[in-house]
Ligand binder design. Structure first.
Ligand code: PAF
Length: 281
C-alpha cells in the first residue's frame, strides 16, 4: 500500500489510473479507524481497483470550542488497518497541504444544513462540503463511500455531487455497531466506562421506536417522546435533537406512512454522539 501526502502526487496517481483503466474507489475519513471505517473500505473494494482512503482531520468542519485539537489521531495504526482491509493508497495530507495561509474558498449548501446537526454545528457542513470537494478534485474517484451513521452528511454529499456535476457514484455504507448496539465512532474513545454504558441509551431509544412502529404506532411525536423519556433517565445525557424525517428530503414527518429515518444527537458528558435508524411501517 502506498502512503501519499502531497496533493500533486495524489493527482498524478489518479490521472495515471484514469488513463490506464483502474476504477478508483474513495473512502474519505478523519482517521482513528475502527470497524465502521473498515467496512466502508471493504465496500469500496467491491466497486474499485484502486482503493484510496484519505486520512485528514479537517479543521474547516470544527466550530470554536469543538474537539479539533483533541480529535484522536493514529496515522501509523490507521495505515496498517486500512491496508489489511484492502486499501491500496492512503492519502494523508497536512493541514498546510489543503488549507494554506491565503485560503478563502468554501462550498455551501442552502437548505440541507438547516436541519439536525447543522443547527448546533453551524460551520460543519460547509467544512465537509469544502473538504470533500477538494478531496474529489485530488483523488478523482469514480466511486466514493460514505457511512450512513452521518446520515445528513451522506445526503449533503449526494446533493453536492448532483448540484456540482461531479461524475462520481456515491455509495452509502451501513452503520456498524458494537456487540451491545453502540454505533461505532472515533469519538467513543472519549467516553469513560460509565459514560460508555450510558451511551447505549441512543441505540435503545432507536430500537424502541423500531419496535413501536412494528407494533403499529405511526405518530412521530409518540416515538420521539418515548426516545426522549429513555434518554432523559440519564442525568448527564443532553439531547440536541431527536427527529423523524423523510429519508430523501430531510423534511420532518408527522406520521410514518412509508420509509422514514429517525436520527438523534445526544451529549453524554462532554461527548456528542449521533445515531439513526430506518423505520419502515
Ligand atoms: O465523516 C467524516 O469522517 C468526515 O466528515 C469526512 C467525510 C471525512 C470529511 O472530513
Amino acid at each position: 500500500m502506498q502512503i501519499i501526502s502531497a496533493p500533486t502526487e495524489m493527482q498524478a496517481f489518479a490521472d495515471d489510473a484514469r488513463r490506464t483503466g483502474p476504477t478508483i474507489a474513495f473512502i474519505p475519513t478523519m482517521g482513528f479507524l475502527h470497524e465502521g471505517h473498515l467496512s466502508l473500505v471493504r465496500e469500496g473494494c467491491r466497486h474499485g481497483d484502486d482503493i484510496v482512503v484519505s486520512i485528514f482531520v479537517n479543521p474547516a468542519q470544527f466550530g470554536p470550542g469543538e474537539d479539533l485539537d483533541t480529535y484522536p489521531r493514529a496515522l501509523e495504526a490507521d495505515c496498517e488497518k486500512a491496508a489489511a482491509a484492502g486499501a491500496t493508497v492512503v492519502f494523508a495530507p497536512s493541514r498546510e497541504d489543503l488549507y494554506g495561509d491565503a485560503y478563502q474558498t468554501y462550498v455551501t449548501l442552502e437548505k440541507l444544513p438547516q436541519h439536525l446537526c447543522g443547527l448546533s454545528r453551524p460551520v460543519f457542513f460547509r467544512g465537509v462540503a469544502t473538504v470533500v470537494t477538494k478531496l474529489f478534485n485530488i483523488v478523482k474517484p469514480h466511486v466514493a463511500v460514505f457511512g450512513e451513521k452521518d446520515y445528513q452528511q451522506l445526503l449533503v454529499v449526494r446533493r453536492m455531487v448532483q448540484d456540482l456535476n461531479f461524475n462520481i457514484r456515491i455509495i452509502g455504507g451501513s452503520i456498524v455497531r458494537e456487540a451491545d448496539g453502540l454505533a461505532m465512532s472515533s469519538r467513543n474513545s472519549y467516553l469513560s466506562p460509565d459514560e460508555r454504558r450510558r451511551a447505549l441509551c441512543l441505540f435503545q431509544s432507536l430500537q424502541k421506536a423500531e419496535e413501536m412502529v412494528r407494533s403499529g404506532v405511526r405518530e412521530a411525536e409518540a416515538l420521539i417522546q418515548t426516545a426522549r423519556d429513555i434518554i432523559s433517565r440519564h442525568p448527564d445525557a443532553d439531547i440536541d435533537y431527536i427527529e423523524i424525517f423523510d429519508p430523501e428530503t430531510i423534511d420532518n414527518l408527522k406520521r410514518i406512512e412509508g420509509p422514514a429515518r429517525m436520527a438523534l444527537a445526544v451529549k453524554i458528558g462532554k461527548t456528542r454522539l449521533i445515531d439513526n435508524i430506518l423505520l419502515t411501517p
